[in-house]
Design a protein around this ligand. Sequence first.
Ligand SMILES: NC(=O)c1ccc[n+]([C@@H]2O[C@H](COP(=O)([O-])OP(=O)(O)OC[C@H]3O[C@@H](n4cnc5c(N)ncnc54)[C@H](OP(=O)(O)O)[C@@H]3O)[C@@H](O)[C@H]2O)c1
Length: 328
Amino acid sequence: MGNKASFPVVPTSQDRIVMVTGANCGIGYEIAKWTAMMGATVILACRSEEKARAAIEKMEKEFTEEKARGTSKLTERARLAIEFMKVDLGSFKSVDHFCEEYKKSGRPLHVLVCNAGIASIPFMKNEDGLEMILQVNYLSHFLITAKLLPTMKRSGVDCRIIFVSSTAEKLASFDKESINYTGSARNYPVHSCYNRSKLYQVMQMFAMSRRLTGTNITVNSLHPGIVETEIWRYSNSWMTRCLLFFARCFCVTRTPINGATCAIDLAVNPEHTGVSGHFWKDCKMTSTSRLSRNEEKQEALWNASFNFVNEYLTMEEINCMEGENRNI
Ligand SMILES: NC(=O)c1ccc[n+]([C@@H]2O[C@H](COP(=O)([O-])OP(=O)(O)OC[C@H]3O[C@@H](n4cnc5c(N)ncnc54)[C@H](OP(=O)(O)O)[C@@H]3O)[C@@H](O)[C@H]2O)c1
């Protein structure tokens, strides 16, 4: 329910590589499965090998069922080209290692879907000393985009970066001096941390899109809807319980495939070639908060984000993010 949008099934070469973070379940699972069923090589960037391997098995089974149903334009290969790569977004070291391994492989990267995310979790600080939602949802994806951007710039025409964000960004506030929550566990404002992480993704999308104008890479962001996934697993707060209760009562919650539709459309639809710097909902462009569109604040966030991850970046990667070396 709650989504009449759809995506085209676009036959895709196995040479086209799509990377999806958090692809073992929920929205990311569907994005990975459908882009693989269209023929692309898909990297499942997940923290648990066990879960990713189980997901790959399930995708193969569902691929066989989809073919038996007669769905047209799926890849004619017998098996999907899906691979697992380990990355824990709660650790910059792990993200750095993951990106370095990918770069070492010498392969191109055409589509990067920054999907993995966490929401109503208990307060957690990670090994980098940062609040977990900030790092998993935003900063680690910032680092991945920075480290893999040179690879994408060398990957030929029509490369795409997609941030799975949320309209929850509209509820967020911004203060460049307190990007990371440093208060006590007792007063942990979990919802506000989540909303901010989603705001930061939208602001990054705008700031990156400006710098990528005229290159082979587009960058967009989206809201998937209220989707019945495991993201709600730790949701004990009355606010989340109320939201879910009313969403279910009014039948506006979505299945993972309905939640993934907009992201799949942005990843594969030839109509979106060259379209950049937009926020999408139900496969249509839509507006974002005034705050997210404030360029001065986007630039402040951009600079603050580098301060968190600088030690993991080379000069080439920083210059590439800054829009220098436009055509490497
Ligand atoms: N569901 C919704 O209603 C909704 C609404 C708006 C936006 N979104 C956004 O949609 C995206 C996908 O969420 P979903 O609903 O599909 O949630 P989900 O089913 O819980 O999937 C989240 C994925 O992120 C992965 N992940 C979490 N922490 C990670 C870490 N430290 N390192 C690597 N991967 C990690 C999870 O892996 P594990 O299985 O190992 O935990 C899982 O694969 C998120 O960015 C979320 O903010 C969702």
